[in-house]
Design a protein around this ligand. Structure first.
Ligand SMILES: NC(=O)C1=CN([C@@H]2O[C@H](COP(=O)(O)OP(=O)(O)OC[C@H]3O[C@@H](n4cnc5c(N)ncnc54)[C@H](O)[C@@H]3O)[C@@H](O)[C@H]2O)[C@@H](O)CC1
Ligand SMILES: Nc1ncnc2c1ncn2[C@@H]1O[C@H](COP(=O)(O)OP(=O)(O)O)[C@@H](O)[C@H]1O
Ligand SMILES: [K+]
Length: 552
């Protein structure tokens, strides 16, 4: 699956399946438990050999029920199994109780505390089936201590003991990717990570990944994600393939897959790009205008301009103050250059054929930047194209509106995109910032911001969220095998702004949201292709190879 579900959506899908009579809750629990066991042997085939032992940690809900299924299945395979329960067995929900009782007929059910677990013999596998999508509040402290990844070091060769999380490492909020905690931070201001961390070697989830698997701390705690089909597939298929407008009720992952299968390179991103059109004239591919700052501050804009030209724009022009003309002329060839004095009108130097604008990188935080942004947002569709020019606002173009964001939002139109990192986002949307949004996921914060600003928002990070005002949202994840920590380098965001402008400016390109998804993907793929040691200048130069590899 390439759609990420909320806990509520997962419950609805499960309830619809049970309500239709297609399956019972008990059958789903059996498939879930079997799926976890299969995933373990697929990940570590050697565990099939020899005498093996498991510790199963079960919680008070259906996640715990999955745990008792796993305990029974491993026991039937000859494993030495110890099951621990947190909670009162008489209060377990019906299916979990059935599986608990089946286990308890023949085996002891131990209590769940660090002392009880770690005083026992060394297992090969620890199964964390304490909480899944039903977590509503921070873990009780004694459970957090029992689940602390460091606790298993009391056993020899602790790093060889595999921890497998059922649905998620317990304590992770699957809607937000936060760890709920109400005790002991190491140092709340410096790094708001909890003191005890529950990290899995493998996380097995059911039907589809949940949003929290991909946001915030999710990937660091889940480490590796396996999605198990429990037979709900036909009931809630994905609806919106990449390249098509997003389904506002879902969040899609920006990766070339659909319905669990790889998407052909002939479809995405190729068909969304204007350079598929063999007869195209350079103006058909759009003219992007990038605004540069003053003397010595033009590098950011030049990198954005180069990314715009490499990604598909037919023409790119850098506009700079007259004083910076010589500096820029020394650096630019294929990219055109014009000077624009502070009091000069844009219309004096840019004709109506400009189809894309990129403002912010290196421009300076000032009233002059604000005025230019508003002037550019006032330029609307020219001629018969019917499409407003795309306007990408990044960095200083955003910060210039700190304290008065409505002055920006009232001018934004549907071909506008704001591309903040968390710091810039907080300046425009203080109440939705990382610190403020305890009850809101990064995805919902970006959705609300997009609705407020009336335009598309790309909120950066290893978990980059793209959202539009109708709630359509996607998540580009540089995680689970696509890590590119070396992309956290000065100027990488400037390149992304230029990429979006270059991809979305052509007349024949798909809509802004779809092109922004492609930009985020290309950006990370170029960084992956180049590898460690990357600096921002390398990104535009890597693009031809990346585009070729993506079949464009
Ligand atoms: N929804 C589905 O489609 C399926 C769900 N299954 C399993 O069922 C799980 C969901 O089951 P539940 O909805 O029962 O939820 P959980 O088992 O995740 O937990 C719910 C229970 O924990 C309690 N609780 C929550 N936070 C607590 C805290 N901090 N301290 C103490 N108690 C706390 C709740 O009051 C409730 O009793 C999934 O994660 C999955 O493992 C599977 O059996 C397969 C199908
Ligand atoms: N750890 C990371 N993994 C993957 N991508 C990252 C990571 N950190 C930052 N990025 C990406 O790098 C870019 C940095 O942009 P930004 O913060 O605006 O930097 P700058 O202003 O220096 O250009 C963004 O596209 C962001 O998503
Ligand atoms: K769990």
């Amino acid at each position: 699956m390439t759609e990420l579900l909320t806990s509520t959506q997962m419950r609805e899908i499960e309830q619809a399946a049970i309500g239709s009579g297609a399956v019972t809750g008990l059958e789903l629990m059996e498939r879930a438990g079997q799926g976890v066991v299969d995933a373990i042997f697929s990940e570590w085939p050697k565990l099939k050999d020899g005498d093996r032992a498991a510790v199963i940690l079960c919680g008070p809900g259906n996640n715990g029920g999955d745990g008792f299924v796993i305990a029974r299945l491993l026991d039937e395979m000859g494993w030495e199994v110890r099951a621990h329960l947190f909670g009162d067995p008489s209060k377990l929900p019906p299916d979990a109780k059935t599986n608990h009782d089946r286990w308890a007929e023949k085996h002891a059910v131990l209590s769940l505390s660090a002392d009880d677990i770690y005083s026992g013999p060394r297992p090969d596998v620890i199964i964390d089936a304490v909480f899944g999508i039903g977590l509503t509040r921070p873990l009780p402290e004694h459970i957090a201590l029992a689940l602390n990844s460091k606790a298993k070091t009391v056993w020899k060769r602790a790093t060889d003991i595999k921890t497998v999380a059922v649905d998620c490492p317990s304590g992770l909020d699957l809607d937000r990717g936060h760890v709920l905690t109400d005790f002991d931070y190491e140092d709340e201001d410096a790094h708001p990570w909890p003191k005890t961390l529950n990290m899995a070697d493998l996380t097995v989830t059911f039907h589809a990944p949940k949003i929290g698997h991909y946001l915030g701390m999710g990937p660091a705690l889940c480490r590796k994600l396996s999605i198990v089909d429990i037979g709900l597939e036909d009931l809630q298929a994905e609806r919106a393939m990449l390249g098509m407008p997003p389904d506002p009720s879902r969040v899609r992952l920006v990766e070339p897959r659909f319905l669990g299968r790889p998407l052909s390179k002939r479809i995405w991103p190729k068909t969304a790009l204007s350079k598929n059109y063999a007869m195209g004239h350079k103006y058909d591919h759009g003219h992007v205008i990038v605004f540069a700052g003053g003397v010595g501050r033009g590098g950011a804009a030049r990198m954005a301009a180069r990314a715009a030209l490499r990604s598909g724009a037919g023409l790119v022009t850098v506009l700079c103050p007259p004083s910076a003309l010589i500096e820029n002329a020394c650096h630019l060839d294929a990219i055109m250059l014009r000077s624009l004095a502070k009091d000069q009108l844009l219309a004096d130097v840019v004709d109506g054929r400009a189809t894309g604008f990129c403002l912010g990188p290196g421009m300076g935080v000032s009233d002059a930047t604000r005025s230019r942004v508003i002037e550019v947002l006032g330029r609307r569709a020219a001629g018969s194209s019917g499409r407003d020019p795309v306007v990408v606002l990044d960095a200083d173009a955003l910060t210039s509106f700190e304290g008065d964001p409505d002055a920006l939002f009232k001018h934004c139109h549907e071909r506008t995109i704001l591309t903040p990192h968390e710091g810039e986002f907080a300046r425009l949307f203080q109440d939705l910032s990382g610190r403020a949004r305890t009850d809101l996921s990064k995805v919902d914060a970006a959705r609300q911001a997009a609705a407020r600003a009336g335009c598309t928002i790309l909120l950066k990070g290893p978990d980059t969220v793209i959202a539009q005002p109708d709630g359509g949202a996607s998540l580009h994840a540089a995680t689970y095998g696509r890590e590119v920590p070396w992309l956290a380098t000065a100027g990488a965001g400037d390149v992304l702004a230029g990429l979006i402008a270059g991809l979305a400016a052509p007349h024949l390109s798909s809509d802004l949201f779809v092109m922004t998804e492609i930009a985020a993907y290309l950006h990370a793929e170029a960084a992956r292709g180049f590898g460690p040691g990357l600096i921002a200048e390398d990104l535009p130069e890597q693009l031809p190879q990346t585009l070729r590899e993506m079949g464009c």
